[in-house]
Design a protein around this ligand. Structure first.
Ligand SMILES: Cc1cc2nc3c(=O)[nH]c(=O)nc-3n(C[C@H](O)[C@H](O)[C@H](O)COP(=O)(O)OP(=O)(O)OC[C@H]3O[C@@H](n4cnc5c(N)ncnc54)[C@H](O)[C@@H]3O)c2cc1C
Ligand SMILES: NC(=O)c1ccc[n+]([C@@H]2O[C@H](COP(=O)([O-])OP(=O)(O)OC[C@H]3O[C@@H](n4cnc5c(N)ncnc54)[C@H](OP(=O)(O)O)[C@@H]3O)[C@@H](O)[C@H]2O)c1
Ligand SMILES: *[C@@H]1O[C@H](CO)[C@@H](O)[C@H](O)[C@H]1NC(C)=O
Ligand SMILES: *[C@@H]1O[C@H](CO)[C@@H](O)[C@H](O)[C@H]1NC(C)=O
Ligand SMILES: *[C@@H]1O[C@H](CO)[C@@H](O)[C@H](O)[C@H]1NC(C)=O
Ligand SMILES: *[C@@H]1O[C@H](CO)[C@@H](O)[C@H](O)[C@H]1NC(C)=O
Ligand SMILES: *[C@@H]1O[C@H](CO)[C@@H](O)[C@H](O)[C@H]1NC(C)=O
Ligand SMILES: *[C@@H]1O[C@H](CO)[C@@H](O)[C@H](O)[C@H]1NC(C)=O
Ligand SMILES: *[C@@H]1O[C@H](CO)[C@@H](O)[C@H](O)[C@H]1NC(C)=O
Length: 539
């Protein structure tokens, strides 16, 4: 079983350095060997999401002979990398907190049919509302190094998508595959959205409420099949980005209605697809992060003027995140927007409209606005897990109060997610142990095992080391394969990439090797400067 990059899991012939008391695991043992146990054997597992993380989880669980079901609301695998010309249902201006979930039927299974305009919703909108087309544009490239040999240095969204689809096919998880897991159940169900998850205390199982949407081209209708399925354990790999964030700026609702040539003049970056539309236009981009800067560079050869409205950001500046950000040279930087002056009419676009900036200046003559203002986090189970900080999770991704529920969310999705997925399979098949409930809470509350963002190179390396040490020490005791640490080649690649693309002195090869010699007790203490809270950044 492999991850997407150089991460390989090899068999037990390799010699591993003595784990000794460098790791936390010896102290788990000293705790009196209190381990987490499950009320009954885990055989049926649901995986939610067929992005890079969910596909790896499903592949590893299948390899462990568990009975797996993979649910994905989109019609194809790829997650964030499934490029389509279709765009998500237009975001609300101003933002609302309503979710796109349908009202749950009273009985299952049940089938419903939708006609054009039912509940004032077009069929297209009902379809895209179901699976949410992805926020990636046609000529987007990664901002992270290539994930496999023979792909470009900065792979395009299409390269990455092909890679993920190939991984899905290799493991029998693609749309047309007919894989079976014991006892011969089909594994995948695409166009299927998980609408609800409920834990039943008596049976100690999870019930998923599912809704699959299909086009009925002959009758021009959509068919919705609703049903429920029961599982012993659930992997949530539903991604981090749930829906567009629309800032509350005075007058934004009024401007959001303005159209020119049948197209809205204000969009969120989630609906950006092609730069050609902006040829000769004056474009205002709101935001100063990756979407804003990348889109400015994509537009540069086409747009007349590019103006970026940005606001200072203490966190970003403290971390030096600006090293990742570079607007196109021609970009004019202006302050935050204070308000949009009401338009006289919505029918001639926004060019005559006036925008007040926070410093009291007025700008006008804008043809198009792209809100590159980011996303709301996908909480999925807000009653269990805090939707901003994703706390209450152990460093392994297990929900501390009930480790039959896991999130695959932390770390790099291409390399790290392989450890995470293998760990889920090992824990649920009794090939790796988790400490007791009390011990997990204690570890969690100590803050000792928070490993920062993917940009915290050293802390993330600490997390990887923790996985390697844990999984291999458990394999020695209980059987299973050995996992390798991040390869020297992968370290080199990442270091080289960062230095070539971002900032030369950010980190060097030294940063890794120095870490190698530190005993566990001297691993850097995780935690942001000035006692601030980490903002979760999912790579
Ligand atoms: C614009 C953009 C650009 C990015 N660029 C990069 C980059 O260059 N490099 C990089 O490493 N990362 C990048 N990322 C981060 C990206 O999130 C990860 O690369 C990766 O896709 C995360 O994998 P995942 O499997 O966790 O989530 P996703 O890829 O988001 O997949 C989650 C899947 O879960 C499904 N799902 C969600 N809810 C449900 C439900 N209720 N029922 C059924 N299915 C559900 C979704 O449909 C989706 O297919 C980018 C993100 C964005 C938004
Ligand atoms: N591969 C690629 O090329 C690529 C492209 C796009 C995105 N991505 C990835 O996608 C993820 C999301 O990135 P993102 O850039 O879309 O979102 P983001 O990182 O959340 O950035 C949102 C930006 O909008 C700003 N903002 C919000 N409200 C504002 C307001 N009222 N006025 C001015 N600025 C405002 C934020 O400022 P504050 O910082 O002050 O909040 C921030 O700069 C990241 O993981 C990123 O790496 C990758
Ligand atoms: C899974 O089942 C197959 C076929 O019975 C067996 O060969 C294989 O060793 C099993 N794998 C694990 C990890 O138990
Ligand atoms: C939506 O929820 C957020 C977070 O709880 C809250 O700050 C905001 O005011 C809510 N917006 C509306 C329109 O209810
Ligand atoms: C199920 O059990 C948990 C933990 O014991 C408890 O907090 C919860 O209230 C119970 N739920 C129901 C519906 O009984
Ligand atoms: C306000 O910002 C605009 C755009 O950047 C700039 O031209 C102007 O000089 C600024 N005004 C003041 C008072 O700083
Ligand atoms: C919004 O724009 C319309 C023009 O289409 C205008 O008539 C209306 O007064 C504006 N609304 C507000 C609240 O300013
Ligand atoms: C986060 O959870 C809180 C509490 O459940 C809820 O009010 C809020 O709307 C959620 N925010 C998002 C962005 O989902
Ligand atoms: C890398 O090591 C240098 C020298 O010790 C240090 O100043 C720097 O903060 C380290 N960088 C990271 C990202 O840890």
């Amino acid at each position: 079983m492999t991850g997407f990059k150089a991460l390989t899991i090899i068999f037990a012939t390799a010699i591993f350095p003595a784990l000794g008391d460098q790791t936390v695991f010896s102290s788990w043992e000293q705790d009196g060997s209190q381990w987490t146990t499950f009320p009954h054997p885990i055989t049926r597992v649901a995986v939610i999401g067929a992005g890079p993380r969910g596909l790896q989880a499903a592949a590893h669980l299948l390899a462990a002979n568990l009975s797996v079901r993979l649910f994905e609301r989109a019609p194809s695998p790829g997650g964030n990398w499934f490029y389509t010309e279709e765009t998500p249902v237009r975001e609300a201006y101003p933002e609302t907190n309503s979710t796109s979930s349908e009202t749950l039927p009273k009985e299952f299974p049940v089938t419903q049919y939708y006609e054009e305009g039912d509940d004032s919703i077009s069929l297209d909108e009902r379809w895209t509302g179901h699976w949410q087309p992805r926020p990636v544009w046609y000529n987007m490239r990664t901002n992270s190094p290539g994930h496999s040999p023979d792909t470009p240095w900065l792979p395009s969204v299409h390269d990455v998508e092909r890679n993920i689809r190939a991984y899905a096919s290799l493991h029998g998880l693609n749309t047309n595959d007919k894989p079976f897991s014991p006892p011969y159940n089909p594994v995948t169900s695409y166009s299927t959205r998980v609408e609800a998850i409920q834990k039943c205390n008596e049976t100690s199982t999870w019930t998923l409420t599912l809704r699959r949407l299909q086009w009925m081209p002959e009758s021009h209708r959509l068919k919705a099949d609703w049903w429920t399925e029961e599982f012993d354990a659930v992997v949530i790999a539903a991604g981090y980005y749930a829906k567009a964030y629309v800032p509350e700026i005075k007058g934004i609702g009024n401007w959001s209605k303005a159209m020119k040539n049948g197209q809205y003049s204000m969009i969120h970056s989630q609906a950006f697809r092609h730069p050609e539309r902006y040829a000769g236009k004056n474009v205002l981009i709101v935001g100063a992060s990756i979407s804003a800067t990348q889109i400015s560079r994509t537009l540069a050869p086409f747009a007349n003027r590019i103006i970026a409205s940005i606001r200072p950001n203490k966190y970003r500046d403290a971390y030096g995140f600006d090293i990742l950000l570079a607007f196109a040279d021609k970009t004019e930087i202006v302050p935050e927007i204070a308000s949009f002056e009401p338009l006289d009419s919505n029918d001639f676009g926004i060019r005559p409209g006036k925008i007040w900036l926070a410093n009291g200046t007025i700008i006008d003559g804008i043809d198009e606005i792209i809100l590159a203002t980011g996303y709301r986090a996908n909480s999925f189970l807000p009653n269990l897990v805090n939707n901003r900080t994703f706390d209450n999770l152990y460093w392994t991704g297990h929900y501390i109060d009930d480790p039959t529920l896991v999130y695959s969310l932390y770390g790099d999705p291409w390399t790290h997610a392989a450890y995470v997925s293998y760990a889920f399979a090992k824990v649920w098949t009794g090939k790796a142990r988790l400490p007791s409930h009390e011990r997990m809470w204690r570890d969690y509350q100590s803050g000792r095992y928070r490993f920062g963002t993917p940009l915290d190179v050293l802390l993330q390396e600490g997390l990887r080391k923790q996985y390697v040490a844990w999984l291999n020490s458990e394999s020695l005791k209980l059987g299973g394969q050995f996992v390798e640490p991040l390869s020297l080649e992968a370290r080199e690649l990442l270091t080289y990439f960062v230095n070539a693309h971002y900032r030369k002195d950010w980190f060097s090869y030294e940063n890794w090797t120095r870490f190698d010699d530190l005993p566990f007790s001297e691993w850097p203490k995780p935690g942001p400067p000035d006692g601030q809270q980490y903002k979760v950044v999912s790579w």
